[in-house]
Design a protein around this ligand. Structure first.
Ligand code: AAT
Length: 283
């Protein structure tokens, strides 16, 4: 039997049985491995960490995308940073009033391999005329982007190690603030509160964002294959509060079928456990 195993902490591991390895490749940026399994279907890892699988990707991609649109249903210009599997772009492109989506992904191989092995996330993304695919570092992209050019930035990134590190820096968040317009929203991969190493990353990211944006919230979702299963996104904004400005009825009018997100869950997702609140408030 073949087992993919990931170290979740020094003393805790997660294992997933797979039938066969579909592909393995070292790119200039990271090691990519695709596996075919039963419980979670096809999945891929980057540098030995689970990124996307067929069974729980809907949770992550619903939650990175829809809370922002239910807060500002008028979003037209979107920047996705990372997100090479295409799942985030796929969700954004479901909104008919979205006019333009730029996806700045550092590693073209992630996208090409997902087109081949993970069509559930990648299919149709490249073909959409509103889509602009750029294979470059997300930090470099925002540095060169004009002021106030986006309504929404979705940072769909790996953890703050190796190539993903730049996407957890103050310099990056400041550039995001600059390229967002005065109604702009930033959603970022905010790590996990549970295991110490991830909780440290969560705290660091939050402190940096809190110093830059006037409105900063954090919301949670349940991701079975990410360490501890308890993960967070940051919601930072120049104008909108995700609870006070929630436009549930307007969002319902889009008529989107979603398997995880709904507007009741939206309200609940921002209610955090006490230990998480405390960690986020600490210096
Ligand atoms: N949709 C969920 C999948 C991911 S993958 C994150 C993507 O971020 C990868 O394709 C990686 O190549 C890309 N990436 C990493 N660093 C950069 C960068 N500096 N610029 C642009 N793209 C980058 C997210 C999984 C979350 C896992 C949490 N444990």
């Amino acid at each position: 039997m073949n087992w993919y195993t990931e170290q979740w902490s020094d003393d805790c591991k997660f294992s997933l049985r797979y039938n066969k390895e579909l592909h393995s490749e070292q790119t200039p940026f990271q090691k990519i491995d695709f596996y075919e399994g039963e419980e979670f279907g096809t999945f891929f890892t980057l540098d030995g960490l689970m990124m996307v699988n067929e069974k729980d990707e809907f949770i992550y991609h619903d939650m990175i995308t829809h809370p922002a649109f239910a807060t500002n249903p008028d979003i037209k210009k979107v920047l996705v940073i990372g997100g090479g599997d295409g799942g985030t772009a796929r969700e954004v492109l479901r909104y008919p009033n979205v006019e333009k989506v730029v996806m700045a992904e550092i590693d073209e191989r992630v996208f090409r391999l997902c087109q081949e092995y993970l069509p559930v996330t990648a299919k149709g993304v490249e073909e959409d005329p509103r889509m602009e695919l750029r294979f470059e570092d997300g930090l470099a992209y925002v540095k060169n982007a004009p002021d106030a050019s986006f309504d929404l930035i979705l940072v769909d990134s790996t953890d703050p190690i190796s190539v993903g590190e730049g996407l957890f820096t103050t310099a990056f968040y400041k550039e995001c603030f600059r390229v967002l317009n005065d109604k702009g929203i930033l959603i970022n991969q905010h790590e996990s509160p549970y295991f110490a190493e991830y909780a440290e990353n969560m705290k660091k990211a939050h402190r940096k964002i809190r110093d830059i944006f006037p409105i900063t919230n954090v919301y949670q979702y349940h991701m079975p294959t990410y360490p501890s299963g308890h993960w967070l996104f940051g919601f930072a904004s120049k104008a909108f509060d995700p609870l006070k400005d929630l436009k549930a009825a307007e969002w319902e009018k889009f008529g989107l079928e979603t398997k995880y997100y709904n507007t009741d869950l939206h309200k609940g997702a921002f209610a955090l456990p006490s230990y998480v609140k405390e960690a986020l408030l600490s210096d």
